[in-house]
Design a protein around this ligand. Structure first.
Ligand SMILES: Cc1ncc(COP(=O)(O)O)c(C=O)c1O
Length: 210
């Protein structure tokens, strides 16, 4: 029995997947419209939908699930890390992070001096590429006709399709000082937090030991 609490057929005789997609339409923003199917599980190269149909997964999460679904070694690696240490921010390094970067440099046979930048998504990787191009002082970025680069605003600025790009073109930003407002208005119980904010820019590298 799934999360909707329906066993075989839902309201009005609809199949489980159709019921879930109705719920999707009510609960999630329609950025891509309502999806075609609800997938419930995967195994290797196959996925199953909410109505029990099996499919050969030729999409792979749009070319990101190169290892397929549920491989025991992959599951073990994720479960073991989750049980050991969760997200650590970029204030701290972790050993698996360093080992993976070294392995990638090795596999890519990257020239001496190369470095890895980890990103959470394709769009963030493209943002990093845009920033790196800017940082080297290059004024022009070349993007392919028909290309899509992700949903963040920098990546959208390179996206060919006007309907995706135009509504999110850069607009002007007004900066207002949050800390000067806080210094006048923060209640006593928040004052230690305010001191931390002020210190963090000058002493980021200092880490307090427990
Ligand atoms: C060609 C291409 N670049 C970038 C992206 C963005 O990737 P992500 O969804 O991981 O941000 C996509 C996503 O569909 C894509 O197809």
């Amino acid at each position: 029995m799934g999360m909707s609490g329906l066993s075989e057929h839902g309201e009005g005789g609809l199949e489980r997947g159709a019921v879930d997609l109705q719920r999707y339409g009510h609960a999630l923003m329609g950025t891509f419209g309502v999806p075609m199917r609800v997938l419930t599980r995967g195994e290797g190269s196959y996925v199953w939908d909410a109505d029990g149909n099996r499919y050969l997964d030729l999409l792979g999460g749009i070319a990101v699930n190169a290892l397929g679904h549920g491989h025991p070694a992959w599951v073990e690696a994720i479960a073991s890390q989750a049980a050991t240490l969760a997200h650590a921010s970029n204030f701290f390094a972790t050993e698996p992070q360093i080992a993976l970067a070294e392995r990638l440099l090795d596999l890519a046979q990257a020239p001496t001096g190369s470095r890895v930048f980890f990103a959470n998504s394709g769009t963030e990787a493209n943002e990093a590429a845009i920033k790196m191009a800017r940082k080297t002082g290059k004024g022009t970025i070349i993007a392919l006709e028909g290309g899509f680069h992700g949903r963040s605003t920098g990546a959208l600025a390179l996206t060919y399709k006007e309907a995706y790009r135009a509504p999110f073109a850069p607009s002007s930003v007004t900066w207002c000082s949050c800390l000067s407002t806080m210094s006048r208005r923060w209640p006593m119980r928040w004052r230690p937090m305010r001191r931390t904010f002020r210190r963090s820019s000058s002493s980021r590298s200092r880490v307090r030991r427990a």
